[in-house]
Design a protein around this ligand. Structure first.
Ligand SMILES: [Zn+2]
Ligand SMILES: [Zn+2]
Length: 190
């Protein structure tokens, strides 16, 4: 996923890639952690346009995934899709000079600027980061998923269980228990 900057015409260029998820080590590791998997390649479309001394990259990355619902653990098929605009710069632009290096780095990050060395831009890390950002923090099979009963493990989307009445007050009961235990701990501290 590299391009020689000399191959980017003034009017810009559109690039399309299809890449296996295993080519992205961070994504593979993250997915392993989540207990899901990628279903097919990442489809990446990039429009690269020279913009003064920068290169503006507007893109979209899409990939089909299989994840576990964070409430009921059911497998869900989902399509991650993320649009992004990034700017690649070979050098620090003039208006970012001055101050110490840390300050420059922060400013560059704030405006979505990515530096590259030499005559070649590699999009791989940037695309990988966009997929990480597209990954749902708590995947759900359905916004209204009732999850599993915390007491007996019954899938409450399918059937109710005998613990239902007890469970209705449980979030507060749990909080109360937690408060009692932390207060207890506080009291025992010297
Ligand atoms: Zn669910
Ligand atoms: Zn139950």
């Amino acid at each position: 996923m590299k391009i020689q900057i000399q191959h980017i015409p003034a009017e810009g260029i559109t690039l399309t890639y299809s890449k296996a998820a295993k080519e992205f080590p961070v994504l593979t590791a993250l997915m392993k952690e989540e207990g899901g998997c990628f279903q097919g390649p990442l489809i990446i479309k990039l429009a690269v346009v020279p913009e003064r001394e920068l290169f503006k990259v507007s893109g979209v990355v899409e990939v089909d995934v299989q994840l576990d619902c964070s409430r009921c653990l059911k497998q869900i098929q989902d399509r991650l899709s993320r649009r992004f605009t990034l700017r690649f710069s070979k050098e620090i632009p003039q208006d970012l000079h001055g101050g110490d290096n840390e300050e420059v780095e922060l400013t560059a990050e704030q405006i979505g600027l990515i530096f590259f060395r030499g005559e070649e831009i590699d999009f791989k890390d940037a695309v990988q980061e966009q997929v990480v950002l597209a990954m749902p923090f708590k995947p759900l099979c359905n916004e209204a998923c009732k999850g599993l009963c915390p007491h007996c493990g019954t899938d409450l989307n399918v059937e109710s269980c005998a613990c239902t009445s007890e469970r209705s007050g449980s979030p507060f009961a749990v909080l109360k228990d937690w408060r009692a235990s932390t207060e207890g701990k506080r009291k025992t501290k010297p």
